[in-house]
Design a protein around this ligand. Sequence first.
Ligand SMILES: *[C@@H]1O[C@H](CO)[C@@H](O)[C@H](O)[C@H]1NC(C)=O
Ligand SMILES: *[C@@H]1O[C@H](CO)[C@@H](O)[C@H](O)[C@H]1NC(C)=O
Length: 181
Amino acid sequence: MVTFFLIFLLAIGTQGQTSDDVSWAKRVDTGSQVVTTMQFYFHDTLSGSNPSAIQVAQPQSGSNSLGGFGNLMMVDDPLTEGPDKNSKLIGHARGMYGQAARNELGLIMVLNYGFTDGIYKDSTFSLLSLNPAMQTVREMTIVGGTGLFRLARGYALAQTYSINSSGDAVVGYNVTISTYI
Ligand SMILES: *[C@@H]1O[C@H](CO)[C@@H](O)[C@H](O)[C@H]1NC(C)=O
Ligand SMILES: *[C@@H]1O[C@H](CO)[C@@H](O)[C@H](O)[C@H]1NC(C)=O
């Protein structure tokens, strides 16, 4: 009877439990799954001598501008806690995006988001989605992950925080992921 009561208490204790050691993410164990919500900023720098996004392919004919169909970029973009580039670095988004729509801005995003901070160090998730970049808020699909994000499914809501005439952009991300661990 006592044992039963203890087990019952332990079970209650883990329901809805949160474990945070960073300010930019929150994990809630609902019992059947863990829901992680995150808020961070993505810095895509095209200009200067050390850009974080570089063009690696372009169409043989047609527009070579970034919005031209067929242009492909390789990126290693820092992720920070706040919109300021000098705020705490929490990881990197690495991979590619390319202009995949002929008559509008539609970027195909193939990116690995890898984290370096707190309990999320060495955990990653993969985003594979079309980014309708002209929409104020872009919803994108998260298809999997490693570490704390094993068996992840989720979505990211991205909103441009700032962009200048060089195309350097700071994008705010709100991410929701569910996992079983
Ligand atoms: C855009 O911002 C970057 C800093 O992120 C700066 O180096 C660059 O000169 C800016 N470009 C313009 C045209 O203001
Ligand atoms: C992201 O979350 C913050 C804090 O809850 C909220 O203020 C902001 O509107 C959200 N942005 C998007 C694009 O959902």
